[in-house]
Design a protein around this ligand. Structure first.
Ligand SMILES: Cc1cc2nc3c(=O)[nH]c(=O)nc-3n(C[C@H](O)[C@H](O)[C@H](O)COP(=O)(O)OP(=O)(O)OC[C@H]3O[C@@H](n4cnc5c(N)ncnc54)[C@H](O)[C@@H]3O)c2cc1C
Ligand code: SF4
Ligand code: SF4
Length: 936
């Protein structure tokens, strides 16, 4: 990892680049610095901390933030006394490892690489540009980032919500949306995509910290597109956060009280004034100045907003071959999209460099595992503060002292962040120095963090299974946020139970299993075809199974795009490429009959074709990519299906594209948004329908500028750069009228025309529109396939879409190892996002297939053949087909297929002979936990 560095030039061509990098001096030898921080304690110079948004001080030698990687200190050359005046050197004297090195000079290094990924991120736009809010007048007008730091445990006020002017708790907080976005006066014309979401999140977090806060969010449209976010917004409303649809025209400081007076205009045109103690501006995101330097050095093109120029069908490609782009350098976007794009670019690189794959790998080596069986028990307990996340509720000091009193516990300590790099070092050192042979980490969820702690103790010479995690965050500080004593007591109970179990845990083996280097992609739409092509591009063979008679899915319904591209041309090209690629085997009109096996070793029976072409084959493959897509919801309201004048939005597109409907100047076309979306039937924003409506409205105006177009909407969801098309539609005379969820438009057919009544909130009166055509923007709902559901039993979210293993950080991994998800099967999304996610899924599957083996988690069940009576109950009940009865002599005995076993424990619970025990959850261990629970 090369930090503190700038790219100066990228020369060469795809597959063979030379990258010239300027490495600025850190003045600290990274190899020697242990990150102990003593230097910083002795440094006499303080400066405002940029990480804490300049709200607290830091030292001239410091670390960027607690979880910075690498966890190494650096000297700020603008403030250091020695570098500026040749005095001081306190840090040199304080550092025990001799890591301070003032002789370091800037260095230029040249690296030879085959491909480059640009992921240089975005920056928050400058609040001072919004003249009407006079941000410089008051310290109590803070940006969203400042507020994030204010409410953070590692922030300037240690997680207490205080206002900067007087460090008092603000009773009333206002969030003002679209600050720095969606308007040239405030900064940028586009929508920054993330600010609505993070404002609602910050408001909820603030309320969790201080339940009596009075919070109001002033907004224009709430843009909560994305999985689970609409429900999150509903939750915010239920928790008492006020939402006022308005434009805030002025923010003025009251010099007497330091409060802020807001003037705002609501939808009905009336002017209001209100007083708040703190104002938060969740600022929009924009291209940092560095983008221009980087783009010049890499010789790639930027768009007119200063972000990387990409194409709709090549979302991860820059204008220069071999150089790819992910995340904020491409434009403002939320976290899961950045993660998907990052994985997607990895697939692009792998495709480009496929022949070189695996040629530079060196296996990580571990020190030999310490045999602990004969050792007396020595347990170490590490309690995490998680900043204020845990420590804000649970009395960590008390819990730590309590843990020290438990049997066989020889070390009990606490850490600010147990997952930070420095804590891993500390855990390793403690294991070695204190000769620990069992470790208990009381922190957050094992689902995300257990592998980290397992790796840490393995690096210290212990078997991975000798660590137990206790979730005192989700199960204590979060669910009992307002019951501090109970949360602390529960933490103690859980730790006591974990220690009781830890006394009985033992070292377990991790079997290594070969992987069949072929993939199976289910669904031949845009995402499925993209994933198959990417796997094939990586040199990996794959099967593509499509249930209908043609490849392309929903892409067949898209005839033009907002960006002006031709989807049908692209569809033809990609179908040809799939059909003609030697490594892709396509099965059409195909149905999955059964899926057996486990990660790396699946057997899938596919029935395909019709009539004499019909065949059934069994495919052997190592990974599965699910790309089964989604479709437009067919509603039973607004006369859909009853009147020939009422159609769906994509049906309107079809008519406009084919010329079967040519709008005249007399025609009135009405569109209703959010039909079946964002209500009790489907509590999510379908993300793409607002852009589709704008696209069709603009197409109508292009064909006939005199045609009348009305869009009846709840919130216009044209996020990102699509905002420009919304503006263009208004400029071209498309009329937008808003309605509320509980006051939907009414549609009747009168004398062969439609009569649409809507309450116009601006004039507070009903408006009647006589329309010739009504296009409904309906929800996008998942494709459900009973057979596939039965054979794969994939978990789904409350919305019915396939569930990813972590909504933010693992958006393409499913809950089942070796199965990945992408495209609209995951959630509704536009073309470019489906392509990026399909590439990401192919990247993940490609890693598994190319590696050639998997390690099986030692959580699995095992059967004691001496106790097994051969009844076969376990085989019958195992939901993963992970148990086979095999003949051993005259008797049948249960045998576990370790790679298929998920450790669910069903077999163990049914076995009448108690012959089955679970790797890390034996009866003995669980009973010990129960007994410890009762020993309060
Ligand atoms: C009505 C509509 C209009 C849209 N308009 C736009 C637009 O204007 N601009 C834009 O950017 N995006 C638009 N989109 C989004 C765009 O269509 C998607 O991003 C993209 O096409 C998704 O591709 P996909 O492969 O994930 O899903 P799909 O296109 O749904 O493809 C899924 C495929 O899987 C197959 N399948 C399903 N179940 C099985 C099974 N069990 N076994 C085998 N095969 C199966 C289906 O038959 C289908 O071929 C629109 C989407 C819809 C629904
Ligand atoms: S280990 Fe978990 S609880 Fe501790 S800091 Fe990391 S995320 Fe927070
Ligand atoms: S029409 Fe679709 S994209 Fe627009 S707000 Fe409603 S659900 Fe979201």
């Amino acid at each position: 990892m090369i930090t503190n560095a700038d790219i100066q030039e990228i020369s060469g061509t795809a597959g063979n680049f030379s990258v010239k990098v300027l490495r600025r001096p850190r003045y600290v030898d990274e190899a020697k610095c242990t990150g102990c921080g003593v230097c910083s304690q002795y440094c006499p110079v303080t400066l405002p901390d940029p990480h804490n948004q300049y709200l607290s001080p830091k030292k001239a030698i410091d670390i960027l933030y607690t979880q910075a990687i690498p966890s190494k200190y650096f000297v700020n050359p603008d403030y250091c006394l020695f570098l500026n005046r040749q005095e001081c050197k306190q840090c040199t004297r304080a550092c025990q490892t001799g890591a301070i090195d003032f002789d370091q000079k800037p260095e230029v290094a040249v690296y030879h690489v085959g491909a480059v990924i640009l992921s240089a991120g975005f920056k928050q736009s400058d609040p001072a540009r919004i003249k009407a809010y006079r941000c410089k007048d008051s310290p109590n007008i803070v940006t969203g980032l400042e507020f994030e730091r204010i409410s953070s445990a590692s922030g300037p006020y240690m997680g207490k919500i205080l206002r900067p002017s007087d460090s008092e708790k603000p009773g009333r907080i206002a969030f003002i949306q679209c600050a720095g976005s969606r308007g040239s006066a405030s900064g940028n014309s586009y929508c920054s995509s993330v600010c609505c979401k993070y404002a609602v999140k910050d408001a909820i977090v603030a309320l969790e910290h201080e339940p009596d806060l009075d919070i109001t969010i002033f907004f224009m449209d709430m843009r909560m597109h994305g999985k689970g976010l609409e429900s999150f917004y509903e939750r915010a409303k239920e928790s008492g956060i006020h939402f006022i649809r308005s434009r805030v025209s002025e923010v003025r400081r009251d010099p007497q009280t330091e409060d802020l007076i807001l003037k705002y205009v609501t939808e009905d045109g009336s002017l209001h004034q209100d007083i708040f103690n703190l104002v938060v501006l969740p600022m929009g995101l924009e291209a940092p100045e560095g983008n221009f330097t980087l783009a010049k050095a890499a010789a790639v093109e930027l768009n007119h907003h200063g972000f990387c120029r990409t194409g709709l069908f090549d979302p991860l490609f820059t204008s220069r071959e071999g150089i790819y782009v992910a995340g904020g350098f491409r434009g403002p976007m939320p976290l899961p999209d950045s993660v998907m794009q990052a994985s997607g670019t990895a697939a692009c690189v792998t495709e480009l460099l496929a022949p070189a794959r695996g040629t530079l790998i060196s296996e990580k080596t571990f020190i030999e595992e310490r045999p602990v069986k004969q050792e007396p028990l020595r347990i170490g307990v590490f309690v995490c503060n998680c900043g204020k996340n845990i420590a804000g509720v649970v009395d960590v000091e008390d819990v730590k002292k309590y843990a020290a009193t438990l049997p066989d516990v020889v070390v009990s300590t606490d850490n600010l962040y147990s997952c930070s790099e420095d804590t891993q070092v500390l855990i390793k050192e403690t294991v070695v120095n204190e000769k620990l042979n069992r470790v208990v980490v009381a922190a957050c969820t094992p689902r995300t963090h257990e592998p980290l702690f397992q790796e840490t103790i393995r690096e210290a010479g212990l078997n991975r299974c000798l660590v137990e995690m206790v979730n005192i965050r989700d199960q204590c500080s979060w669910v009992h946020a307002h019951e501090k004593e109970e949360a602390t007591q529960k933490s103690k109970d859980l730790i006591r139970m974990a220690v009781a179990k830890a006394r009985l845990i033992r070292s377990l083996d991790e079997p290594v299993i070969d992987v069949i280097p072929r993939g199976l992609v289910i669904g031949g739409g845009l995402a499925g075809m993209t994933a198959a092509l990417s796997l094939a591009g990586q040199g990996l063979e794959c099967y593509l199974v499509e249930k209908t008679a043609k490849l392309g899915g929903n892409l067949h319904n898209i005839h033009y795009t907002l960006e002006g591209e031709n989807p049908q041309d692209y569809l033809k090209t990609i179908v040809d490429r799939v059909r003609n690629h030697g490594l892709i085997h396509v099965f059409m009109e195909a149905e999955i009959e059964s899926v057996n096996g486990f990660v790396g070793n699946f057997q899938t029976v596919v029935k395909s074709g019709r009539g004499p072409e019909k065949k059934t084959v069994e495919l052997q493959h190592g990974a599965i990519i699910l790309a089964t897509g989604a479709m437009a919801f067919r509603p039973d309201e607004y006369l859909y299906g009853k009147s020939g004048h009422v159609i769906l939005q994509h049906e309107l597109e079809e008519r406009l594209a084919s010329g079967s409907f040519v709008p005249t100047g007399d025609d009135t076309i009405v569109m209703i948004q959010c039909v079946g979306s964002r209500d009790d039937s489907h509590m999510y924003c379908s993300s793409i329908c607002c852009s589709m409506a704008i696209k069709n409205a603009l197409k109508i105006k292009e064909i006939n500028p005199s045609a009348n177009v009305y869009v009846l909407y709840r919130d216009m969801g044209t996020y990102g750069f699509h905002e420009a098309y919304y503006t263009r539609a208004r400029e071209q005379g498309v009329v937008f009228i808003r309605y509320d969820r509980d006051k939907k438009p009414e549609v009747a057919e009168v004398d062969g025309r439609l009569r649409i009544t809507i309450k116009d909130l601006l004039i507070d009166n009903d408006v009647v529109i006589h329309a010739d055509l009504l296009a409904l923007s309906t929800a996008i709902v998942p494709q459900r396939d009973d057979t596939l559901e039965r054979v794969l039993a994939m978990p789904r979210s409350a919305d019915g879409f396939l569930l990813e293993s972590h909504v933010q950080l693992k958006p393409v991994d499913s809950y089942i190892d070796g199965i990945f998800i992408c495209g609209m099967a995951h959630f509704p999304k536009p073309i470019d996002e489906s392509i990026a996610q399909a590439k990401a899924a192919a990247s993940k599957a490609g890693i598994l297939l190319a590696r050639g083996h998997v390690r099986v988690e030692p959580i699995v069940s095992s059967c004691d053949p001496d106790k097994c009576i051969g009844c076969g109950i376990c085989e019958y009940f195992c939901p993963y087909n992970a148990i086979k009865m095999t003949k051993k002599g005259k008797l049948k005995k249960a045998e576990v297929i370790v790679a298929a076993c998920k450790g669910c424990g069903v077999c163990a619970s049914y076995c009448p002979a108690r012959a089955i025990s679970m790797g890390r959850f034996t009866d003995e261990q669980i009973l010990a936990q129960i007994e410890a629970f009762g020993r309060n």
